[in-house]
Write a protein of this length. Structure first.
Length: 197
């Protein structure tokens, strides 16, 4: 009887479709660009979601698409760093890139966290009107998924909610580092938005 052995020795992923190497200047450019876009997004949309009656459907759609595009670009860097690291964990430059991408993604996530929190804070009647609007039909599943967490947020005592808001960035960073949050970080919106229904 012949015994088969399996080994991944010598096998390397071809990641050229993402970036040329860990030194590819496009990595830094992408991270910097995503950070700048996240700042601009926060300046443009913070305080415009959880408003009386909710935001206009077209405005909410534009914000979601902007987020989706940002996360798509960010996920390319995250996927490259993760696959490179998975292929060879012994290289210090690869570990450095992994840590750099992890940190940058957490910082960007902190800037964008307000969007999901404001959507959860929107009263049910306003949210239901938006969910039923044909303009947002393609992202209904994504928006519904976010609303599932609303009870956990609204049931907290006022003092606790105030404390939570004060520590949102700390909590987001903690989540970003837990479970190595790699794919939750960059793929979260892109994947959920693509599962539309």
């Amino acid at each position: 009887m012949t015994t088969q052995t399996f080994s991944a020795a010598g096998i390397r992923w071809d990641l050229g479709d993402l970036f040329a190497s860990h030194e590819d200047p496009r990595i830094e450019a992408t991270l910097r660009g995503c950070h700048e876009r996240a700042r601009a997004f926060a300046e443009a949309h913070r305080g415009t979601i959880a408003i009386a009656g909710g935001p206009p459907p077209a405005r909410l759609l534009a914000a979601i698409r902007e987020l989706e595009a940002l996360h798509t670009d960010l996920s390319r860097v995250g996927a490259f760093a993760d696959l490179l690291y998975a292929g060879d964990t012994s290289q210090p430059e690869v570990r450095d890139l992994e840590e750099k991408v992890e940190l940058s993604t957490t910082e960007i996530g902190n800037l964008l966290l307000f969007f999901e929190l404001e959507w959860m804070d929107l009263p049910d009647d306003a949210a239901e009107r938006l969910l039923a609007h044909p303009t947002l039909a393609g992202y209904r599943h994504y928006l519904l998924r976010l609303r599932q967490y609303r009870p956990h947020r609204s049931e907290a005592p006022p003092k606790m909610r105030k404390s939570c808001k004060r520590n949102e960035k700390e909590l987001a960073a903690r989540f970003g580092n837990s479970q190595r949050a790699r794919r939750a970080r960059g793929f979260s919106l892109a994947e959920r938005a693509l599962v539309r229904g």
